[in-house]
Design a protein around this ligand. Structure first.
Ligand SMILES: [Zn+2]
Length: 297
């Protein structure tokens, strides 16, 4: 009986997959799925693998993710090794020839990105470093704009019939981008100092000219020891940061513990599109990130 139920479920799944005649996009992170939807509109259907509240550094390939990848016409991912722990296995297990490396359906968004913090040497003692550079470019308007342009190209390459449609949506995206960016530029964060939980806000710091003067994590992915926190508190007395930055699902408890010891406030930034109700798409996600920083400065 159980076998029959599974079989029926699989048949229904393949039926619904076939019922949509447009492009099946699978995105790893919510912001990528959201950008794809902006450009692809009703010509695409997007399945996003990670929840906006999930830590993108530690993900396991689940059967539902493999099933989604099996039906994908194009798989869009962040790159810079952020998905290294599960994506190669997912692509292989999907047995989907369209999304294998080198195929147009294997779409690495980071090919359009200029990454910051490329280490000159990497060894394991440095913790969970990102050896290709900082992968958290979703906070970088300039890079996200280039990714959106790339997505229009990527969708056109798997669906050339709708190229004009994707290009028109890109034009609308760029228009909205210009207006929003002008507003973000008006927010003065230059010279502000913050402590951060993880190296996730570096693109914001570079773009807005603020400084991150310390990290709650001694090394990326490594929790702080009591001795490390004592040293950090000493340096906070000298550097006088305005607040501790974290996301609701990354570093909030550590940030609160440090806040209790230092009197600093905690500023919670959105981790990805959809992490907070206001962050409905990438634009409102950035709005929320920038306004939270402005309030916390
Ligand atoms: Zn990271």
């Amino acid at each position: 009986m159980k076998k029959l139920m599974i079989l029926t479920a699989l048949m229904l799944l393949s039926f619904t997959a076939e019922a949509f005649a447009g492009v099946n996009v699978v995105a790893t992170l919510p912001f990528i799925g959201s950008l794809a939807k902006e450009i692809g509109g009703d010509r695409i259907e997007v399945a996003t693998l990670l929840k906006p509240t999930q830590d993108p550094h530690y993900v396991e390939a689940r059967p539902s993710m493999i099933l989604a990848a099996r039906n994908a016409d194009i798989l869009m991912y962040n790159g810079l090794d952020l998905e290294i722990g599960y994506l190669p296995l997912l692509i292989e297990s999907s047995r989907n020839p369209r999304i294998q490396p080198g195929k147009p359906g294997n779409f690495d968004c980071s090919q359009y990105v200029s990454a910051i913090e490329k280490p000159t040497s990497v060894d394991r003692s440095m913790g969970d470093v990102h050896p290709l550079g900082n992968p958290h470019y979703l906070f970088s308007p300039g890079n996200v704009l280039r990714v959106a342009e790339g997505i229009a190209e990527g969708l056109s390459s798997v669906d050339p019939d709708n190229e004009a449609f994707y290009k028109a949506n890109l034009v609308a995206f760029k228009e909205r981008f210009r207006k929003k960016e002008a507003g973000w530029r008006g927010v003065r964060l230059k010279g502000a100092r913050f402590i951060a939980c993880h190296k996730i806000f570096e693109y914001l710091a570079a773009g807005f000219g603020f400084e991150i003067v310390g990290y709650v994590e001694p090394k990326p992915g490594i929790p702080p020891s009591a001795g490390y926190i004592e040293g950090l508190i000493e340096s906070i007395k000298r550097t006088k940061p305005a607040a501790i930055l974290c996301t609701a699902n990354y570093g909030l408890n550590d940030a609160r513990a440090l806040a209790a010891k230092t009197g600093l406030k905690v500023v919670v930034l959105p981790q990805d599109v959809g992490a907070q109700a206001e962050a409905k798409d990438w634009f409102t996600f950035m709005d929320l990130a920038v306004s939270s920083l402005d309030k916390g400065r």
